[in-house]
Ligand binder design. Structure first.
Ligand code: ZN
Length: 95
C-alpha cells in the first residue's frame, strides 16, 4: 500500500511511515461520501482539498476509462480516521 499522506510506499509491518512518520493506525480509511453524481464528486474534491484533508477515491479509475459515462458506478471518498468527523461535516451539505 501507499501512504496517503506522502504517497511513499508504506510497509504496514513497520506501523509507521518511514517517510513522513504517519502512523498506521491513522490509515484506517473511512468512507465519508459515496456518489455517482459528477458535480457532487468535483464539489467534494474541492472541499476536501481546500480543507487540506487527504482523501482517496475508489471507483474513479473506471470513470477515467470512460470519461463520458455518467452512470458507471459510484465514487467512494475515503479519508483517514482522524479526519472522518471533519470531512463528514463538510460534506454533509452535498449528501
Ligand atoms: Zn508518509
Amino acid at each position: 500500500m501507499h501512504c496517503p499522506n506522502c504517497e511513499e510506499k508504506f510497509d504496514k509491518k513497520k506501523e509507521i511511515c518511514q517517510s513522513c512518520g504517519l502512523k498506521y493506525e491513522d490509515l484506517k480509511l473511512k468512507s465519508v461520501l459515496k456518489t455517482d453524481n459528477p458535480m457532487t464528486i468535483s464539489f467534494a474534491k474541492s472541499i476536501l482539498q481546500d480543507s487540506n484533508i487527504k482523501y482517496i477515491t475508489k471507483g474513479e479509475t473506471l470513470r477515467g476509462v470512460y470519461p463520458l459515462g455518467g452512470s458507471l458506478g459510484s465514487v467512494d471518498f475515503l479519508v483517514m480516521q482522524k479526519d472522518e468527523q471533519a470531512a463528514r461535516e463538510m460534506l454533509s451539505e452535498l449528501a
